[in-house]
Each structure stands twice: as C-alpha cells, then as structure tokens.
Ligand binder design. Structure first.
Ligand code: FE2
Length: 177
C-alpha cells in the first residue's frame, strides 16, 4: 500500500510531467542561424518569452513533430474541406496577424477554452513544409493565442490549429514580406 504522501507525490509528478510538455517552443530557437545562436542568454530568454497569458516552457522539436504527425494522420481540414465538421470552420481555423517589421506573427483561434473541449495547439510551417513554431495550450488557458517569431528567410507560412474534439485545421497560406 502506498502512503498518502507517496500517492500525492506520484500525482504531483504526473501532473508536472504533463505541464512540462504543455508549453511553447520558441520558433527562434529552431530556425536560427549559427550567428543568432550566439545571442546572449538574456537575449534568448527575452525572445522566448511572450506576453500571452499562458505559462511557457520548452518542448523539443522532436516531440512537437511527433504531435504534428499524429494530428495530421487523422486528417487536416480547411475552409473548403471541413469534412464532417462543416459549420465549424470559423471557430477552428486560426487567424493570422502579421507584425510587420518585427519578424513575428500572432495566431488566434476564436474557440471556447474548457477542460473538456479546447484548442490544444497552434503550429506553423514554412514554404518548404518545415515546422517553424509550435505552441500547446491547456483547457484552463483563457484563449488560444500566441505570438511566434518567424525565422529569417521565411517567405510563406501555413498556420494550423488543433482542437481535441474537432481535429486539425489549417488557414490559407500567408505570404510574408
Ligand atoms: Fe472544437
């Protein structure tokens, strides 16, 4: 028999491990050149932190890619191809806001957030299909909104949003520059 303390600790560890994979991958940490990697730790910290209202931590690129593969294996819907979820386009396709001159964009999906039904992730691909940003959310987050730094040399992005009930959705490509 486990003591109550042991059970509490296991419960805490389990919760903490879920929390650890639940946050941001700073796009700037993925697509940056060697020169940019030499930024001071303070500068890197500043570029990775975003005023989005949800907690953030790093998810490895491998973990993010594995999650994207899983999301997309179930099918990707868009405005012209909503499949069985016709009528859900407006609350699932991410909206893209460009921050001109800042090398950044914000993704927002106007979808209710609750512990049973929420937007689990936003992610971004570049013109070559490379994953350049990934952000997980929890049902307790107030909204699914995140600012992504865009790697230099990116000319076009495709934004995706994943709902735990209604699957994976993509927006029309956005040209940059
Ligand atoms: Fe949904």
């Amino acid at each position: 028999m486990e003591s109550k303390n042991q059970m509490d600790r296991r419960s805490f560890v389990k919760k903490a491990s879920v929390t650890a994979i639940s946050f941001a991958v700073g796009a700037s940490l993925w697509g940056c050149s060697k020169k940019e990697k030499k930024e001071s730790p303070k500068a890197q910290e500043a570029s990775a932190s975003q005023p989005t209202g949800h907690r953030e931590a790093m998810v490895s690129q491998a973990d993010a890619m594995a999650m994207v593969t899983k999301f997309e294996a179930a099918g990707v819907m868009d405005m012209g191809h909503p499949g069985k979820w016709k009528g859900k386009e407006g609350s699932h396709i991410p909206r893209v806001t460009l921050h001109k001159g800042e090398g950044a964009i914000t993704l927002f999906t106007k979808h209710p957030m609750s512990k049973k039904h929420w937007i689990t992730a936003h992610y971004l691909k570049d013109q070559n299909g490379n994953l350049i940003g990934f952000q997980l959310y929890e049902g307790t987050d107030p909204e699914a909104r995140h600012r992504f730094e865009i790697p230099k040399g990116t000319t076009r992005i495709t934004a995706y949003s994943h709902c735990n009930k209604h699957g994976d959705w993509k927006a029309e490509d956005t040209k940059l520059g």
